[in-house]
Design a protein around this ligand. Sequence first.
Ligand SMILES: Nc1ncnc2c1ncn2[C@@H]1O[C@H](COP(=O)(O)OP(=O)(O)OP(=O)(O)O)[C@@H](O)[C@H]1O
Ligand SMILES: [Mg+2]
Length: 332
Amino acid sequence: MQQTQLLTVRDLGVRLGGLHLVEGVDLDLARGRTHGLVGESGSGKSVTAMAIMRLFDPRLFQVRARRIAFDGRELTDLDNRQMRRIRGAEISMIFQEPMTALNPVLTVGEQIIETLLVHQRLGRAAARRKALEMLEWVRIPAAARRLDEYPHLLSGGMRQRVMIAIAIACRPKLLIADEPTTALDVTIQAQILDLLHELQTEMGMGILLITHDLGVVAGYADEVSVMYAGRIVETGGTAQIYRTPRHPYTEGLIRSHPPVDRDVDELATIPGGVPQPHLRPPGCRFGPRCAHHRAACDLADPPLIGHGGGQRAACIRHADYGAPPAPEAAHG
Ligand SMILES: Nc1ncnc2c1ncn2[C@@H]1O[C@H](COP(=O)(O)OP(=O)(O)OP(=O)(O)O)[C@@H](O)[C@H]1O
Ligand SMILES: [Mg+2]
């Protein structure tokens, strides 16, 4: 089947004053597929998502991109009014903590209805019927009763289902799910991820799945991009990256978040943490935490180098892997 491109991001950067929060970010997502964006806390995942959604106040943040092409349109060409029309309807986002994202003084039903009324020409009664349908879609038991309840009566998992119902109410083509399950316990996590996957199959939406857990990505994403200190350091097909990670940071993440079906005795964590933007080291940003660090690593921040099959990694050890690095694919 011919895959068509849904989202193409090229050279996205976000600056706050003189600090680069993220830079040089490229992302590709095909229609109906899932791209995982992984990295530890502070690596720049949410900043990337918010920049794509244009949620930053331009008086404070400078967001620049060579391209943000979505469904055949160039988002960087759109004015704020056009962007508002896309947000919530064609691209929606779900956030990590559903309690802060839901309005505590509105019932579950009112919040879904509000989204529907903003983006679709529906009467109130029709919107209410549709809201009920959405709650059933996200498999909330006793949906008719839940419609008139307030969010605080719901469990964390149920709240996240409501967030998903709001996000998919207008049948978006792209769903950005920013750590949709981190606040939930493991069984509920799996249920929510399975639900997203089912809805994706039914609706054909593309998902940008943001998580710090490479194990989650292994189960649900077709492609993965690994972020570290504001840059993408490795990207490619999920299976290939799991088999042959080419960046020591990716290796470390795999060891600390193995796929669910792999038995490990002990989880290995990477010592240290992601440096803040003003404390990034010269050369490779991962250098100070890297077990393979050598003097040459401090000279320049390595570019992404192709390893074949669409895999690219930003590490000078590429020469150690035998085959000469494939030339960079031309990026349009
Ligand atoms: N509003 C902001 N003002 C100033 N700095 C910010 C802001 N938002 C993010 N940052 C900085 O940008 C960098 C990337 O942050 P970001 O929130 O994107 O990380 P993340 O990968 O989403 O982490 P987490 O897993 O904790 O959600 C961090 O150094 C963070 O301190
Ligand atoms: Mg985040």
